[in-house]
Design a protein around this ligand. Structure first.
Ligand SMILES: [Zn+2]
Ligand SMILES: [Zn+2]
Length: 388
């Protein structure tokens, strides 16, 4: 497994910046807890721990502006006291909160990777590769995206109460595989109701909310969501539509709109966003998605690269680009629904489309060509980087 975070492995969670007063308090108390644990005085250790947790969580609630800082310090507390089972959900929450700077995100992701390495049964295959933000399936439109604390970049929906946040977590890689999320998304996209598609959604969300830690996390996600609505309105719709007639762009390398014929003049980042999104849309709706690990990884990586470029204007890193090319090499071929068209990219420099007459539908060939054209674009972007 390629690690995106290797270069930051020397940084520790306790290196993260925080206000001096709170930080000193937390580190001081963490030292006491550790000493008491060593002495076997566990009841006293738990008492101090609960007091510090209470202080941090109530400060986070009272002053939402320092909520991220309080959660970072909570992570510092658990990390210093070696409480991995408590540390993991806080780190996951921080990664998904969308409130971290890139540097903080790298350190937090590295810490999560360490926790999971020490605790393989907690992370493991179900929650996917280390260092990634979870992928969510939007219950309103069925598309995949990276943050539950922000409006869906495809349709603008976001959870407005605790149960909906918990249900969204159940519709994410915290609870399901990518292949299952794609299946759920396909059903939602054709108008089926989420409770029919995932019958135990409500009960599993309620069970999730039963522990105090989970319900605190859900509370904080809601608060962040309220702040984000005001300041983050990144919409994929805006960047994937023709500025003149609003038609969906159907080819990331196209120079003119297929609908109104006006020039598109897409910049490098817009070409990349359209390419990532057309590929994701095809994978989510048309392409046969096997439970193969490489295809799941490919989907996760596309969601992540799309999210970072849209939300932070950050193009894929060299490590992400290399990893993407490796995954494409591993996958080798993808087929359209029902096997009517096969795109063979076992040689990335020579991508080929085959139509399988016995299985083809009227659209197979068009979708096969679309998939191959966007894969060619992706290979160019991953080999040379996203132009400015
Ligand atoms: Zn949506
Ligand atoms: Zn147009």
């Amino acid at each position: 497994m390629v690690s995106f975070w290797k270069r930051d492995s020397s940084r520790k969670i306790s290196d993260l910046p925080a206000s001096a007063e709170l930080r000193d308090y937390v580190l001081g108390q963490a030292g006491k807890v550790s000493s008491l644990q060593v002495l076997g005085r566990n009841a006293e250790a738990s008492e101090i721990l609960a007091r510090v947790e209470g202080t941090l969580l109530s400060r986070a609630k009272q002053t939402p502006q320092i909520s991220t800082e309080c959660h970072l310090l909570l992570a510092v507390l658990y990390s210093e006291c070696g409480l991995n089972s408590k540390l993991e959900p806080v780190l996951k929450f921080l990664l998904e909160s969308s409130a971290l700077t890139k540097e903080q995100e790298l350190i937090v992701a590295g810490a999560l990777q360490n926790v999971r390495r020490q605790n393989p049964q907690s992370g493991g295959a179900s929650s996917g590769p280390e260092g990634y933000t979870d992928v969510y399936c939007c219950r309103a439109c069925g598309r995949l995206h990276n943050y539950v604390s922000m409006p869906c970049p495809h349709c603008g929906w976001m959870p407005k109460d605790e149960v909906r946040v918990a249900e969204s977590i159940m519709l994410s890689t915290s609870a399901m595989s990518i292949a299952d999320l794609v299946r759920v998304g396909r059903s939602l996209a054709i108008g089926r109701k989420v409770d029919e598609v995932v019958p135990n959604l409500k009960s599993s969300a309620e069970a999730f909310l039963e522990t105090r830690e989970n319900s605190d996390i859900v509370d904080s996600v809601l608060k962040l969501g309220q702040e984000n609505v005001a300041k983050n309105s990144h919409s994929m719709r805006v960047v994937t539509s023709c500025p003149a007639c609003d038609a969906r762009i159907v080819c990331s390398g196209g120079t003119h709109c297929h609908e109104c014929g006006k020039p598109l003049n897409l910049s490098g980042p817009l070409i990349a966003l359209n390419c990532f999104d057309l590929l994701l849309a095809l994978l989510e709706t048309r392409v046969e998605v096997s439970p193969s690990n490489s295809v799941s990884e490919f989907i996760r990586l596309l969601v992540r690269m799309e999210s970072n470029l849209l939300r932070r204007q950050e193009p894929p890193t060299k490590a992400e680009r290399d990893y993407c090319l490796k995954l494409l090499n591993d996958i080798g071929a993808l087929q359209d629904k029902g096997g009517g068209a096969v795109v063979d990219f076992s040689k990335l420099s020579k991508i080929k489309v085959y139509v399988v007459k016995s299985h083809m539908t009227p659209e197979s060939e068009a979708y096969g060509v679309m998939l191959s054209v966007e894969l060619e674009q992706l290979v160019r972007l991953m080999e040379s980087g996203v132009p400015h």
